[in-house]
Design a protein around this ligand. Structure first.
Ligand code: ADP
Length: 586
């Protein structure tokens, strides 16, 4: 804008003049007074020159010079400590008060206007012929012209609209003409805007100067009863402020305030009164969220962070704590997972060792009877071998010898079979499940147990079909389960003369059921409750592992193992294995 450049020039000239005079004889201290010049520097000079002249006259030690400029220019000058005082409108003063600790020394009163605390307002004007526009609320959705978004009159008018339920940002369309304010009236007159916002008393002034017809414009929502000489649409706010900034020396400020309040104004000049508290302006700006109450638009991130530094610190600490917490939880989860995996591996190894121990224990119990069984073929071999010897001594024929040697070979194979079965069983074979025909496995297990039973004058009664559907199983483990159940049955019978053990296998639907029954004393209540607990035993030399391991073996085969609830006399243990579809045998 032209006048703004002009004001800069003005400032430069004033500064140059000031510097020149300082170099001269008069040793006056220069005091720079910023003046808000929204109508241009000339208008500002004519309005405020009398005030500066009186200050210069009353305080000869100082030389008061005027620096006219826009609101933004003056704010920048305050920030750069280039000004000692300012004369500015209430809104600008409020911003300086909040941002730069400025304070008001006096409040202006227009002698033509009202009191100093009710000095400035705004008029919302429409063309008189627009009969449909009677109240400010009628402006909903219409165009409103104003000089600038930060013009105090515009803000006052918008505060008024807000109070009447119109949201200035959504419900009306503002258009800005720039200064001077007369442009607003021009726009309304041309129909480019439906209404215009102007400073109070401007309309009267324009009419008095003949620049507008007396009946041309009408003021909307006119406030009465405030003794106003001019028509206003808004409440009235305090007049302009004479402001001192934070670094202005206090003695100088005190002297200036004294002179201002004692000033005797000439006709048409301003008068200065005690400073107003400007609370009404503060309320207005707060309700409009503008000026110092619009931090997100006015302040940078750094300012914002500084302003809310305590909150930011708390939020930052909370975020840090949260990140630390998440890292810690992740660490704990990783550690626990590792520990679990280790514990699981340990348990698995323990199970493998226990299973091996059970096999050894079973073998231990079966060893003497197995030795007895091996003894039989060995004795037979010995007999045949001696016979061969005798025959050779007596010149026997080779045909007779061949038959005897053949028998020796058969007996040796039998003994070898027994040893192989023992070795297979005792060796810690890793579990290898494969499809197999269960009847054969059952018979093999019974054959393994037969010598043990025979040593006690018992024969296991077996009821096994010729062939059963396939199951997926580990042969050795399955034999182990059966041997364990048979051994338990044998131990339950003890020394009874009429002891009987029965093994029965059958197909029931999609499962193979195998049952081992005895006619021993049966299960005690305690044994029934704790049967499958590891280390539960009622026997003096028992390990208490047989049933718990047998159950985990059967479950690893997808089956289940349990004791019949009612089995009298004696006990019946039964296990189930699922049948598979494949017809692949090993
Ligand atoms: P152990 O044979 O080493 O004691 P088991 O786990 O095989 O370990 O058996 C646990 C307990 O269950 C036995 O001590 C016994 O009290 C009871 N039990 C198992 N089988 C029978 C049975 N056929 N008759 C009566 N009690 C039994």
């Amino acid at each position: 804008m032209v006048w703004r450049a002009g004001s800069l020039l003005g400032l430069a000239t004033a500064l140059a003049l000031a510097a020149g005079s300082l170099a001269g004889a008069q040793q006056k201290t220069e005091v720079r007074v910023g003046v808000l010049a929204y109508l241009g520097p000339d208008e500002a000079a004519s309005a405020w020159e009398p005030t500066l002249a009186q200050l210069n006259a009353a305080l000869p030690a100082y030389r008061f010079t005027m620096v006219a400029g826009s609101q933004a220019f003056l704010t920048a000058a305050v920030a750069a400590h280039r000004l000692d005082f300012l004369i500015t409108n209430p809104g600008h003063f409020l911003e300086l008060k909040v941002d730069y600790s400025a304070s008001a020394l006096a409040t202006e009163q227009d002698l033509d206007g009202f009191s100093s605390s009710e000095s400035v307002g705004a008029a919302i004007v429409v063309l008189d012929r627009r009969a449909e526009l009677q109240h400010p609320a009628d402006l909903r959705g219409l165009k409103i012209a104003a000089a600038a978004p930060d013009a105090f009159g515009f803000r006052a008018a918008f505060g008024e609209l807000l109070e009447r339920g119109l949201d200035p940002l959504k419900d009306v369309n503002p258009v800005f003409t720039g200064f001077p304010v007369d442009g607003v009236l021009t726009m309304v007159r041309a129909g480019q805007a439906d209404a215009g916002v102007i400073r109070s008393c401007l309309l009267e002034k324009v009419i008095a100067e003949g620049r507008a017809g007396a009946q041309e414009f009408r003021v909307l929502g006119r406030k009465t009863g405030n003794g106003a000489k001019c028509q206003v649409s808004t409440r009235l706010y305090p007049g302009w402020a004479f402001v001192k900034v934070a670094q202005t020396p206090k003695p100088l400020a005190d002297e200036v305030a004294r002179v201002l309040l004692a000033m005797q104004p000439g006709a048409g000049e301003k008068v200065w009164n005690q400073p107003d508290d400007y609370l009404s302006v503060q309320d207005l700006y707060r309700s409009l969220h503008v000026g110092p109450y619009a931090p997100f638009t006015r302040l940078g991130i750094a300012d914002l962070l500084w302003r809310y530094r305590y909150l930011a610190a708390v939020v930052g600490m909370a975020a840090l704590w949260w990140v630390a917490y998440v890292i810690r939880v992740a660490q704990l989860v990783r550690r626990r997972t590792r520990e679990l995996a280790e514990a699981y591996e340990l348990a698995r190894l323990k199970d493998v060792k226990f299973e091996h121990a059970m096999r050894l224990s079973l073998m231990g119990e079966m060893a003497s009877s197995l030795a007895h069984e091996i003894n039989q073929p060995l004795a037979a071999i010995l007999t045949y071998a001696r016979g061969c010897e005798r025959r050779l001594e007596h010149g026997a024929d080779p045909q007779g010898l061949r038959e005897a040697i053949g028998r020796i070979a058969i007996q040796a194979e039998r003994a070898g079979d027994i040893v192989r079965r023992m070795r297979d069983f005792v060796q810690k074979n890793p579990a290898r499940q494969a499809p197999m025909e269960p009847a054969a496995v059952f018979r093999e297990a019974l054959a393994l147990f037969a010598p043990t039973a025979a040593s006690r004058d018992l024969a296991v009664e077996a009821d096994i079909p010729e062939e059963l559907p396939l199951v997926r199983a580990d042969r050795v483990q399955l034999e182990e389960v059966i041997l364990n159940l048979l051994q338990n049955a044998l131990e339950a019978i003890g020394e009874r003369a009429d002891g009987k053990i029965r093994f029965a296998a059958t197909q029931e639907g999609a499962t193979i059921v195998a049952a081992v029954s005895d006619n021993g004393p049966g299960l005690t209540q305690e044994a029934r409750n704790r049967l499958f607990e590891a280390f539960f035993t009622s026997k003096s030399g028992g390990l208490g592992l047989g049933l718990s391991l047998s159950r985990s073996i059967v479950e690893a085969h997808g089956g289940r193992l349990g004791a019949d609830e009612q089995a009298s006399p004696g006990a019946t243990f039964r296990f189930y294995l699922p049948i598979i579809e494949e017809d692949v045998r090993v």
